[in-house]
Ligand binder design. Structure first.
Ligand code: UD1
Ligand code: CA
Length: 447
C-alpha cells in the first residue's frame, strides 16, 4: 500500500476471559502496574492511525475508561473473534484505507512487525513460532509461502497439532472488503464461534492472497490464563530492569526488584534486594533504596535515602537528602530537604520542614475515625521519640517536642512542648521496697 493510505486499528477486548476465572475483564488485568489493554493502546498510537476502535462487551465501563478517548463499540454477545470485529466494521463503513486488527490480550505485540504488515502491499497475518503451541491457531501455508488457512487448536488433526507456526492474531486488510468478508463467516467449528481466523480463506476465494509475516515473542503468546499473565509480568520486569540499569541504576540483585511501567529514574540510583516500586514513582539522582522497601506514587528527590523496610505511599515527596528509615510509613506527606524520620514512625497527611528530625516511634494521627486532617511541622524541629501528634496541628520552626508527648495544640516556633505525666523520683525507695519484698517472700516459703 502507499504510505499515505489511511490506517484504522481495531482492538478486540470483549472476550469473557473465562480461563482467567475473574470478575474483571481480562484486558484490565495488569502487567507491571498497567492494564494490558493500555500497553497495546500505546503501541497502536505509535502507528499513527486515523482511528482506534476498541471492541468491548456490555458492562465493561472500566475498559471504556481505560482506553478513552478512543472509540468503543459494543459486541453484545461474545460469539467469537470474527463476530467481535462486526461492530467495529460497522463504525468503519465509510472508511477507505487499511484496517489492522489486534487482540486485546496481547500486550507485547512487536510494533516493528506491525509496521511491516502495514507497509506490505496487500493482506497479511502475523505468525510466531512457539515451542509449545498448545491453544494457539496453526498457520498452514501454500508452497509459495502465502497463507492457505488457519486451524484453531481445538479443530486440529493430530498432524496439524504438531505444526509450531502459530497465528499471532493480528491481521492487516483493506477496509472496504471487511464487512463483506465478515458476513461470510460461519460458526461451524468445535467452539460454535465465528472465527476471525477464517477471514483470510474467504478473502482468498475473493482473489486476495494473505502474506504471512513472522514475528518474535518474548513470552508465551497472549494472556489467556493467570499463568500466562505471570509470564508476561516476568518478561516485562526483565525489560524494565534492563532499561533502568542502562539509565544508570545499580541493582544488587535485579531479579528481586519490581518496577512499574512508568517508573522514572535519575542516575546513580542504588537499589538493594527486595524492593517494590509501584506506579507513578520518580526516583531522582543519587537516591539509595535499601532492602525490603515499598514505594508507590511518590517522588524521591536527589540524594534521599529510603529504608530498609520503609513504605512510601502515594502523593508523597521525599525531599533532597531526606531520609526515611526502617519501619516508617509515609502517606500523602512531604519531607522537605534534609528531614529525617529514621525509625518506626507513621507520617500521614503531613508536611515536615527542612532538617526536621522525627524521633523513633512518632505517630502523626491524621484520622479521627471520620475525616483526615493535616499536620504542618516547620523547619529544624526536633520531635522527641514516641510522640503522638493529633492532627490538625501546626508546629513552628525550631520547636522541640518532648519525648512521649501527645501534641493536640499548635506549638509556636522555638517553643518546647511537653505533654506527658511529670516524673517523680522517690529517694531511697528502691532498697526499702526490695527489703519489704524479701520478707514477704520468706513468709510465703515458711507457710
Ligand atoms: C485467538 C485466535 C488464535 C490465535 C490466538 C492468538 C481465533 C478464533 N483464534 O485465539 O488463532 O492463535 O488468538 O493469541 O481468533 N474477543 C472478543 N469477542 C469474542 C471473543 C474474543 O472481543 O467474542 C477478544 C478477546 O477479548 C481477546 C481476543 O478477542 O482479546 C482473542 O480472543 P481469545 O478468546 O483469547 O482467542 P484465543 O483463543 O486466544
Ligand atoms: Ca487469547
Amino acid at each position: 500500500m502507499e504510505d499515505n493510505t489511511p490506517l484504522a486499528i481495531i482492538i478486540l477486548a470483549a472476550g469473557k476471559g473465562s480461563r482467567m476465572r475473574s470478575a474483571k475483564p481480562k484486558v484490565m488485568h495488569k502487567v507491571a502496574g498497567r492494564p494490558m489493554i493500555n500497553w497495546l493502546i500505546e503501541t497502536a498510537e505509535c502507528l499513527a492511525p486515523e482511528r482506534i476502535i476498541v471492541v468491548t462487551a456490555p458492562n465493561m465501563d472500566d475498559v471504556q475508561d481505560a482506553v478513552a478517548p478512543h472509540q468503543c463499540m459494543i459486541q453484545k454477545q461474545q460469539n467469537g473473534t470474527g463476530d467481535a470485529v462486526k461492530p467495529a466494521a460497522e463504525a468503519l463503513k465509510d472508511f477507505d484505507g487499511q484496517v489492522l486488527i489486534l487482540m486485546g490480550d496481547e500486550p507485547f505485540v512487536d510494533m516493528g512487525v506491525l509496521e511491516t504488515m502495514i507497509d506490505h502491499d496487500g493482506l497479511s497475518v502475523m505468525a510466531i513460532k512457539e515451542e509449545d503451541p498448545a491453544g494457539l491457531g496453526r498457520v498452514i501455508t501454500h508452497d509459495d509461502g502465502y497463507l492457505s488457512h488457519i486451524v484453531e487448536d481445538k479443530d486440529c488433526t493430530e498432524q496439524e497439532r504438531k505444526i509450531n507456526l502459530c497465528n499471532a492474531g493480528n491481521y492487516c486488510l483493506p477496509a472496504k472488503h471487511l464487512s463483506k468478508w465478515l458476513g461470510k463467516l460461519s460458526n461451524d467449528n468445535a467452539q460454535s464461534e465465528y472465527y476471525l481466523t477464517d477471514l483470510p480463506k474467504i478473502a482468498e476465494e475473493d482473489g486476495f492472497k494473505t502474506a504471512v509475516i513472522e514475528g518474535q515473542s518474548i513470552c508465551r503468546w497472549g494472556v489467556n490464563t493467570r499463568l500466562e499473565l505471570a509470564e508476561h509480568e516476568y518478561a516485562a520486569q526483565s525489560i524494565l530492569r534492563q532499561q533502568a540499569m542502562e539509565a544508570g541504576v545499580s541493582m544488587v540483585d535485579p531479579a528481586t526488584v519490581y518496577l512499574s511501567w512508568d517508573t522514572e529514574f535519575g542516575e546513580d540510583v542504588v537499589i538493594a534486594p527486595n524492593v517494590v516500586i509501584g506506579p507513578l514513582t520518580c526516583i531522582e539522582d543519587n537516591v539509595t533504596i535499601h532492602a525490603f522497601s515499598h514505594i508507590e506514587g511518590a517522588i524521591i528527590e536527589q540524594n534521599a535515602e529510603i529504608g530498609p523496610f520503609a513504605r512510601i505511599r502515594p502523593k508523597s515527596v521525599i525531599g533532597k537528602a531526606a531520609s526515611v528509615g526502617n519501619f516508617t510509613e509515609v502517606n500523602r506527606s512531604t519531607l522537605k530537604e534534609g528531614a529525617k524520620a529514621k525509625h518506626v514512625s507513621y507520617i500521614g497527611d503531613a508536611i515536615i520542614g527542612e532538617k526536621t528530625n522525627i524521633g523513633a516511634g512518632t505517630i502523626i494521627a491524621n484520622y479521627d475515625g471520620f475525616l483526615k486532617h493535616q499536620t504542618i511541622i516547620g523547619d529544624g524541629v526536633f520531635v522527641g521519640s514516641n510522640s503522638t501528634i493529633l492532627a490538625p496541628v501546626t508546629v513552628g520552626d525550631k520547636a522541640i517536642l518532648a519525648a512521649n508527648s501527645t501534641i493536640n495544640k499548635n506549638v509556636p516556633g522555638n517553643a518546647m512542648a511537653i505533654a506527658r505525666t511529670r516524673q517523680e523520683n522517690h529517694e531511697g525507695w528502691a532498697s526499702q521496697y526490695r527489703s519489704m519484698k524479701r520478707v514477704q517472700k520468706k513468709q510465703q516459703e515458711d507457710d
